[in-house]
Write a protein that binds this ligand. Structure first.
Ligand SMILES: NC(=O)c1ccc[n+]([C@@H]2O[C@H](COP(=O)([O-])OP(=O)(O)OC[C@H]3O[C@@H](n4cnc5c(N)ncnc54)[C@H](OP(=O)(O)O)[C@@H]3O)[C@@H](O)[C@H]2O)c1
Length: 269
């Protein structure tokens, strides 16, 4: 797709939104909109410039918080997507591995049937339905980057303060560095629309990921492997949610360990 008019990014100061702005700025005009500039629970503001595509990165991403506030989560994730479509330009919607229930023990591909276990997962699946076949629906997983709250930044903080951290070892997925994902989104704009699974290469548990973070950052902190049942968080998460693409020409991302290295380098850790 030629990007002569530019791209509009919602949630532009989120972790993925920031990476998308950086990636696309090199090529075209970027219209970055934060929540303060467009709360997507409301219709689009008037006077927005014309663009070729909307990269819709704004979302309710508090997975546990959505259990207590399902209507608020739906207003952002489902209602927000409806409002983005009102702009009448092609949309890239970002969705999640949490649309799956995790019963499969090999990577989920685009044709696998979703069955979300959480409110968050259900709102993202509804958003996919709202966006329909005319959108690029990019399912990704376990995002980390240089802004906002994410697992890497949380572990860096905890690892600097404590000798030991308890981390879940019975959920397996693919950590994805937002810089790598943003580059793949550019590739996707030259590919057919529809659902695409795009996540970091390889897979691990959260506990494996935490160990790799401490090791790579040189932090002397042990990982106590625990279970989701022990942690007892409000939202149920899939035990297995590794994503792979079954589609021709699907972009492939570097291994998650390379994503972690790039993220830590960017964070100066
Ligand atoms: N994080 C993950 O592990 C993960 C995994 C799979 C898929 N995804 C999907 O990837 C996309 C990007 O996620 P992310 O990790 O970059 O999330 P993030 O860092 O939490 O960023 C989300 C952004 O959306 C904004 N936002 C929230 N409510 C809004 C509203 N009503 N109107 C406008 N903006 C609003 C937030 O602004 P404020 O900060 O001001 O609230 C923030 O800038 C989302 O669609 C998410 O569902 C994420």
């Amino acid at each position: 797709m030629e990007l002569s008019r530019g791209v509009l990014v919602t949630g532009a100061d989120g972790q993925l939104g920031s990476a998308l702005c950086e990636e696309f700025q090199a090529e075209t005009r970027v219209v970055p909109l934060t929540r303060a500039e467009w709360d997507v629970t409301l219709p689009p503001p008037t006077g927005l410039p014309e663009v070729d595509v909307v990269l819709h990165a704004a979302a309710w991403t508090d997975v546990d918080g959505a259990e207590a506030s399902p209507q608020d989560a739906a207003a952002v994730n489902v209602g927000g997507t409806q409002h983005v479509l009102e702009l009448g330009v092609p949309v890239v919607l970002f969705s999640t591995d949490y649309v799956f229930d995790g019963r499969k023990r090999e990577p989920y591909v685009e044709s696998d049937a979703p069955n979300p276990l959480s409110v968050y997962g259900r709102t993202k699946l509804q958003a996919e339905a709202v966006a329909g076949d005319d959108a690029w629906i990019v399912r990704t997983s376990w995002l980390h980057g240089w802004t906002g709250t994410n697992f890497v930044r949380t572990m860096l903080e905890l690892g600097a303060e404590r000798d030991e951290v308890a981390v879940v070892d019975d959920q397996r997925g693919s950590p994805t560095y937002v810089g790598h994902l943003a580059a793949a989104v550019r590739e996707l704009l030259d590919l057919p629309r529809g659902r695409w699974h795009v996540a970091g290469g390889g897979d691990c548990t959260w506990a494996d990921f935490a160990e790799a973070i401490f090791e790579t950052a040189g932090l002397d902190c042990r990982v106590k492997r625990t279970t989701a049942a022990e942690l007892d968080r409000p939202a149920q998460r899939p035990a297995y949610s590794v994503l792979r693409s079954e589609r021709n020409l699907a972009p492939t991302l570097p291994h998650w360990r390379e994503g972690l290295r790039d993220c830590l380098e960017r964070l100066g850790s």
